[in-house]
Design a binder for this molecule. Sequence first.
Ligand SMILES: [Fe+2]
Length: 274
Amino acid sequence: MVAATLEKIRFEKASATIGARVAGVALDQAATPEVMQVLREGLHEHGVLFFEFGQIVEAAEFARFSELFGEVEPVYGFSTKDEAVSAVKPGESCIDARLQPLKQYRTNMWHSDGTPFERPPQAAILTPVEPPQLGGGTMWSSMYAAYEGLSSHYQRLLEGLEVVHGTMRTPFVKETAQMIHPAVIRDPVTGRQALFVNSIYSERFLELSERESDSLMHFLFEHVNTPEFHVAITWKPGTVAVWEERVTQHRAVDSFVGQRRLRRLTIKGDKPAA
Ligand SMILES: [Fe+2]
């Protein structure tokens, strides 16, 4: 029975470098250790997984499905100064473009979630409550590909560096946070190295002068934006995207018609390690 279930789970690449569409996993799939292991390996290998369930996924179904990927965080790290946004309960239309305009909330900039925390989320899961009529998709960039796309000289330089992550560029969050992480991390499942520098939270390299740091940061933010590292989707009723936060970055596309409301949950993580 277990073997039959596992045989049905298939990953079909969505691009050469990042993303896979998953078949053979039901919305009410039982979270057995074997299924969770197959999904975990697929998630870390492909960076982002896409599921299509054909109709809007309700809050309870979404919460249950999310448990396939680990321990769901009760609340995502940051609360915002805007009371109306903070009042939204986790899992219930958490990201509403009317309450959190994408540009103002910087969700249209490449980032990993919560990197100013010691333990940023390991994964995040999104599904639409109200998908846009047109546009408003989400993009992901492979940080394996970003690291591997650098020359060995830049790889060696970055391997020795640490990065200060903070809330300098997110004036809308209520609390400030700051944490130092390695510039290059190693994924514990695949063993592959990944660039861990993002344009919302990465502020400076600890070991470099301000000028060196600014220049290298600017280069890396551009580098993450290389189309060959990317995969993009638009949201349909029943689309669920699950991404591994450490080996990918994501951004929303702030060009859409209609409303844009998405449910989000995050999975607990450890401190990223080199
Ligand atoms: Fe995000």
